[in-house]
Design a protein around this ligand. Sequence first.
Ligand code: SAM
Length: 216
Amino acid sequence: MSKDFSTLYHSGKAIFGEDPEPLLVNFLSQIPTTIPALDLGCGQGRNSLYLAGKGLSVTAIDPYQIAVDQTLANAKQAGVAISASVASIQDFIPSATVFGAILAFGLIPILTRDDIRLLTEKVMEWTQPGSLIFVTAFTSDDSSFVRYGEQGKQIGDLSFEIDDRKIRTFLAPGEILRLFDRVDIIHHWEGLGPWHQHGDATPERHAWAQLVAKRR
Ligand SMILES: C[S@@+](CC[C@H](N)C(=O)[O-])C[C@H]1O[C@@H](n2cnc3c(N)ncnc32)[C@H](O)[C@@H]1O
């Protein structure tokens, strides 16, 4: 993906598809329902929409106004309520004290190492025992890893800044398992995802790491 998210969202297409992440569907039954879920970097809202449609109270944030606007418009069209606002993990102050699930789908690849540490700290702060944590990331087995290494400036461990200030950070194989303390890992998978295309960008296939963890 070479264009920034705002440009991609302005295209009006469903950039990450309309379906929720299969991980979320598979682990829905284990998400506590008496407290809200938090979707960090909600994009166009496909995962928030799914949870809201299942009756959960959902808070969603994204730093791009267009993402929040599209999430709210999609929620309205689907007849569900989502509390969505413009914020990033760095400046978000939640109105709920804890969440029953925190979603961080596709967020780690675009954060610096410092921000990934901040993300993991915030996730621990905003969850309680029994909360589920969903994370997906690219690993250094990704076909783009060598390219970013050659074309970008290294700014951290397996982390690069590309000329338009875009960040791309890869996790080492197995590293996702060590992101959080005080959790039980209930799902871990690493491997090649499906071929896909974001809007009219070049088709690609990522090396993913997936994690679902339950707070102890
Ligand atoms: C790869 S997209 C994934 C969108 C959505 N989670 C999904 O799976 O459809 C990552 C999203 O994170 C948002 N984002 C970027 N930096 C962020 C930050 N610091 N805090 C929260 N969200 C961020 C982007 O605007 C983008 O919408």
